[in-house]
Design a binder for this molecule. Structure first.
Ligand SMILES: *Cc1c(COP(=O)(O)O)cnc(C)c1O
Length: 485
C-alpha cells in the first residue's frame, strides 16, 4: 500500500505567484516595446557561433530561475528572429502578426483547451471563425471547414476529401481497391505542398500531372485539356484539378473560370490553392477575377499570410460537408458523444481532419477580426497590392533594373542588369545583392529562378511596410549592384 504521507504534493505551478506575475509583466512590456520599435532594428542578423553552441546543452536535470531563463531568451533567441515582423521583410510569403494576435495566443494558451470535442466555449469560437472564413470566400453556410496549421495541411485535407469523394474510394481497402489509376492536374507553378499531398493521398507525384504555363505563369488550358483527354483514352481516372489563386513564385492567378468549366466537362473536383491570393477576393481590384472561388469544391488559404495572424493558422473550406465528414469521421468508444455534459456540444472536429488534439488557434483570429473589422484587413491587402505596383513602377523607371515577371497581386520579381555581363554573371550578381541586403539587415527579399534568370523576389504580406521602405529597397539594390560590378 502506498504511504499517503510520502506522496508527492508538488505541482508545476510557481511557488511564488507574485514573482511569476512580475516576470510575466516584464515579458509583456518588453514584447510591446519590441513590436513598437521593430522598424528601427535590422531586419535580420547572422547568428553567432556562441549562440549556436549555447543550443547544444544537455537535457536540464534540474530547473532554473524564471528570470535567468528569460535572460537567456533575450540573449540568444530574441535577437536572431527571422524578421517577418519587420516592415522590410518580404521573403517567401510570410505574415507579420499583430499585438492583438499575440494576446490571443497568450489567452488561448492560458485557457489551454483542446479544441476538438466537447461542450466548451472554444468550440463555438472555432465554429464562428470558420463561418467568417466562409463569408470571406462567399461559400454557402452549408459548407464545412476547419482551421489547420497552414496552407499545406489545408490543401492536403481538401485533396483527401476530393480523392475519397470522386473515385468511390473505400476507406477500408484504400488504394488497393482501385481498378483505374486516379490522376489530378495542376500547373508547373503550383506550390510543392500539392506534390507532397499527391504522395500522401497515394497517387504519387506521377499521378499529379503538371501542366505547362503561359508567359504570364498561368496554366496553359489547351495543354491541360489535351492531357485530360489523353489520360482518359489511356484508361486513367482524372478526378481533381487544382487551380492557383496566386502562385508562390509570381502571384499568377490561373483562369479559374475556364478551369471550373473544364471541371464540369470532365467531372473533376475543383480545388483552389489560394494560400495567400484567395484573400485578395476581398478587394475591388481582384474580386471579379477571384469570383470563381465561390464555385470551387474546396479552397485552401492561410490566415497567417495575408491576414497577418501570428503563426500558425490556415483554413480549408469544403462545399460538400457530407463528403468532408465522410473522409475523416471516426468514433472510438473513448470519444462518444453524450446528450448532456462535457461530451455534448458541436460535432467533433476530428471528424473533419487528421488531427485529434487541436489548440485554440481560433482565438487570435476571432479577437483580431473583431479588433480590426474585415474592412481594415481589406484595406491592408489593397495597400500591399498598391505597394507591389509602386515597386514595379520603380523597377520599370530604372534602366539598371528589369522586371522578370508580370506583377500580379503582391509579388514583384526583378533583377539588377548590366549590358557587359553574361546571364551566369548576372545570376551571381543578383544572388550577391540578395545576400548582402539580408546580411546588412536592410531588407529581406527572397529569390526565385524565372526563365533561367535569378530573380530578386518581393512578396508583400506585410501591414508594417510603408512606401519609403520600397524606395529604400530600390536605392540599396542599385547601390549594391553598382558596387558589386
Ligand atoms: C505558402 C503557400 C502554401 C503552403 O502554405 P503553408 O502555410 O506554408 O503550409 C501553399 N501554396 C501557396 C501558393 C503558398 O504561398
Amino acid at each position: 500500500m502506498i504511504n499517503r504521507r510520502q506522496m508527492i504534493e508538488e505541482t508545476l505551478d510557481p511557488k511564488d505567484w507574485e514573482e511569476m506575475r512580475a516576470i510575466g509583466h516584464l515579458m509583456m512590456d518588453d514584447m510591446i516595446d519590441y513590436l513598437k520599435d521593430i522598424k528601427d532594428k535590422p531586419v535580420w542578423k547572422p547568428i553567432p557561433e556562441e549562440t549556436k553552441t549555447f543550443f547544444k546543452e544537455d537535457l536540464p536535470e534540474y530547473g532554473m530561475n524564471a528570470n535567468e531563463i528569460y535572460t537567456q531568451f533575450k540573449t540568444h533567441i530574441l535577437p536572431y528572429n527571422k524578421g517577418n515582423i519587420h516592415p522590410r521583410f518580404w521573403a517567401w510569403v510570410q505574415g507579420t502578426g499583430t499585438p492583438m494576435g499575440v494576446f490571443g495566443d497568450f489567452l488561448a494558451s492560458a485557457m489551454n483547451p483542446n479544441v476538438t470535442i466537447g461542450e466548451q466555449s472554444a468550440m463555438y469560437v472555432d465554429q464562428e471563425v470558420v463561418n467568417w472564413c466562409k463569408q470571406m470566400m462567399h461559400f454557402p453556410e452549408s459548407a464545412s471547414g476547419i482551421l489547420l496549421s497552414g496552407g499545406s495541411m489545408a490543401n492536403t485535407t481538401a485533396l483527401i476529401v476530393a480523392r475519397n469523394h470522386m473515385i468511390a474510394f473505400s476507406r477500408k481497402e484504400g488504394m488497393q481497391g482501385l481498378a483505374l489509376k486516379p490522376v489530378m492536374y495542376c500547373s508547373t507553378e503550383t506550390h510543392s505542398c500539392i506534390a507532397k499531398a499527391s504522395e500522401v493521398i497515394g497517387i504519387g507525384t506521377e499521378g499529379l500531372r503538371k501542366i505547362s504555363v503561359n508567359a504570364d505563369y498561368t496554366i496553359n488550358l489547351e495543354s491541360l485539356e489535351q492531357t485530360i483527354r489523353d489520360d482518359i483514352s489511356k484508361g486513367y481516372n482524372p478526378f481533381c484539378l487544382v487551380g492557383n489563386a496566386g502562385t508562390v513564385n509570381t502571384g499568377a492567378i490561373d483562369d479559374l473560370k475556364a478551369l471550373k468549366l473544364l471541371c464540369k466537362k470532365y467531372d473533376l473536383w475543383f480545388h483552389i490553392d489560394g494560400a495567400f491570393g484567395a484573400l485578395a477576393k476581398l478587394t475591388d481590384q481582384y474580386k471579379e477575377k477571384l469570383k470563381p472561388i465561390e464555385e470551387a469544391d474546396s479552397v485552401a488559404f492561410d490566415l497567417h499570410k495575408w491576414m497577418y495572424m501570428p503563426y500558425e493558422v490556415g483554413c480549408v473550406l469544403i462545399r460538400n460537408k457530407e463528403a468532408h465528414r465522410n473522409a475523416f469521421s471516426f468514433t472510438p468508444n473513448y470519444l462518444m458523444f453524450h446528450d448532456q455534459g462535457l461530451a455534448s456540444g458541436p460535432d467533433s472536429l476530428n471528424n473533419f481532419g487528421i488531427e485529434l488534439s487541436r489548440g485554440f488557434k481560433a482565438l487570435k483570429v476571432w479577437m483580431s477580426i473583431k479588433e480590426q473589422g474585415i474592412k481594415k484587413y481589406t484595406e491592408q491587402i489593397e495597400k500591399n497590392i498598391q505597394q507591389a505596383e509602386y515597386l514595379t513602377d520603380l523597377v520599370n523607371q530604372n534602366n539598371t533594373l528589369e522586371l522578370l515577371a508580370p506583377t500580379s497581386l503582391n509579388i514583384v520579381c526583378f533583377r539588377f542588369i548590366s549590358s557587359h555581363k553574361t546571364k551566369e554573371e548576372l545570376n551571381q550578381l543578383n544572388k550577391d545583392i540578395v545576400m548582402k541586403l539580408q546580411v546588412s539587415g536592410i531588407a529581406s527579399p527572397s529569390s526565385t529562378i524565372l526563365g533561367g534568370n535569378y530573380a530578386i523576389r518581393v512578396a508583400i504580406t506585410n501591414h508594417r511596410s510603408i512606401t519609403s521602405d520600397f524606395d529604400l529597397l530600390i536605392n540599396e539594390t542599385i547601390k549594391l549592384g553598382h558596387s558589386l560590378l
